[in-house]
Design a protein around this ligand. Structure first.
Ligand code: BG6
Length: 493
């Protein structure tokens, strides 16, 4: 057994919403891969909660389908082993007596293994029912761990954690009634992406960049999370969310925090959380009178038809300019944009370096989170030849060719870390509240229609106004210019 496998504690993993999109697209395939890699503990039970008449075979078939879609060969012996661990439990999530029944199911499962198991409850359900489900888990005394109280009970909650600042506070109050902070794992799967975890290492382990990571050397930070896909049938969810809540409030502010946080005092989970929180507290949204010029909201052309709501004011694109009010980042504009229906899938962070003595000459460092994961430094060289011409070239580090294309998927990491009780890659309640504090004034301004909704063509880079936003800071988004770790351009000497 590997060290990793031995640190993963025995558990009963109960998934609320086994037939939902998240469970089927992410959690079940992640469990398959963990099983295949032998990273699940010997005593491991999966309970799939559903109110429908789903069978175990239906769930296993979904795994096969998903693997096929991903072009991954399916190992039937792994499916069989997962099948042995899997139980489908039918219950009404609104009925507290069903939670008492569920507790008996867990007690019996545990008794059969003859050992105390951690109890993990994964809420892969619509966020509107997080609060009642958690309250009923509490009422049925499921927050207390195994029957003999020797193992922990843990709650894994998907985003969105709240719908705005006020509801996030309320949810925190409800959840903390029965579960204490150490038991709560707030998932932001971006934190668990391999390339995101590397950001801190890259920053801290390379003095060249570490010593230049401040406003003296950096003139702009740009984060793009573009998705080619639209809303993929998630009409009810997306109409409520919009791009700002869906991506900016959670994933992208966390990315920004990792890029701009001070070095943690040590590499412990608490110290990393404290450093992330420290910078989040310093992030400022645009002032109310600048909201119209420093934020852009957009909707792709066909959206209203797709959601059958001609009056929809939900944004499928958001761009915002933020600032960080601390000594390190004074006056460095931060530009964030995200959208559905864009030209290509690309999540990346670009750091634009200053060259104070050579006005106009800048180096760009791009960290490509996905796809074609890698890091690219743009720099100038002399173009080979008799003339002294300058050319801009890229120095690329590509995960795919230089290290290994194989790394754990974010959800595999989420499951493993929750089982071994490592909370580093999860968001604390304070971080979540700070992220809402930053987004709330923008939501407010947009709800009160202070900004025009710009429409954009699917397959484009979003509204032109977002280009103007970055142009006003003296730059441009570079995403479509860079050829990161994809097919290399031929030499053009
Ligand atoms: C989810 C959002 O949190 O992240 C989705 O709800 C989005 O709308 C997804 O598509 C993007 O995740 P990834 O890992 O594919 O970039």
């Amino acid at each position: 057994m590997t060290d990793l496998a031995s640190s993963v504690e025995p558990a009963i993993f109960t998934i609320f919403g086994i037939t939902g999109d998240l469970a089927q697209r992410k959690l079940l395939p992640a469990l398959y891969h963990l099983k295949k890699d032998n990273l699940l503990p010997r005593h491991f039970i999966i309970n799939g909660i559903t109110r429908r008449g789903t069978t175990k075979e239906d769930v296993l078939q979904k795994i096969r389908d998903r693997l096929k879609e991903a072009g991954t060969p399916c190992d039937e012996s792994v499916i069989k082993q997962l099948g042995n661990a899997l139980h489908v439990v039918k219950m009404d999530m609104t009925d507290v007596s069903d939670y008492h029944n569920l507790k008996q199911v867990l007690d019996k499962q545990e008794a059969r293994t003859g050992t105390c198991l951690n109890r993990l409850f994964y809420l892969a359900i619509p966020s509107q029912i997080f609060a009642p489900v958690v309250a009923m888990l509490g009422e049925a005394a499921m927050h207390t761990g195994c029957q003999h109280h020797k193992a922990e009970s843990r709650l894994l909650i998907e985003k969105p954690f709240g719908f705005d600042l006020e509801s996030a506070h309320e949810l925190i109050n409800v959840v903390s009634k029965d579960f204490n902070e150490t038991q709560i794992y707030r998932i932001d799967h971006y934190l668990a992406k391999e390339t995101v975890q590397n950001i801190l290492t890259f920053r801290m382990q390379n003095p060249l960049f570490n010593t230049a990571w401040d406003s003296k050397h950096i003139s702009r930070i740009m984060i793009t999370a573009a998705e080619k896909i639209g809303i993929e049938g998630r009409v009810a969810f997306y109409e409520q969310m919009g791009a700002l809540r869906d991506l900016v409030q959670s994933h992208l502010l966390q990315l920004l925090a990792i890029v701009t946080m001070e070095a943690p005092t040590e590499l412990s989970s608490d110290a990393i959380h404290a450093a992330r929180l420290g910078v989040l507290q310093a992030i400022r949204p645009p002032a109310p009178d600048l909201m119209a010029s420093l934020t852009v909201r957009g909707q792709y052309h066909n959206y209203k038809k797709e959601v059958a709501n001609e009056r929809s004011t939900t944004e499928t694109f958001a761009a915002v300019q933020l600032s960080i009010d601390n000594e390190t980042w004074q006056k460095v504009p931060v530009l964030i944009r995200t959208g559905k229906g864009m030209a290509q899938k690309a999540t990346e962070i670009t750091i634009v370096f200053e060259q104070p003595d050579n006005a106009g000459l800048q180096n760009y460092l791009t960290i490509r989170i996905q796809p074609n994961e890698g890091i690219v430094l743009q720099m100038r060289i002399k173009k080979p030849g008799y003339d002294h011409k300058i050319e801009t070239v890229q120095m690329n580090f590509c995960y795919g060719t230089e290290i290994s294309p194989e790394h754990p998927d974010a959800y595999e990491r989420v499951i493993v870390d929750s089982m071994r009780g490592d909370k580093t890659l999860f968001a604390t309640s304070e971080e979540v509240l700070e992220c809402w504090r930053i987004t709330q004034p923008i939501l407010h301004a947009w709800e009160h229609n202070s900004n025009t909704m710009h429409t954009y063509k699917q397959g484009s880079w979003g509204p032109i106004e977002a280009d103007e936003l970055v142009a006003n800071t003296g730059g441009e988004w570079l995403t479509d210019e860079l050829h990161i770790c994809s097919v290399h351009k031929p030499h053009a000497f």
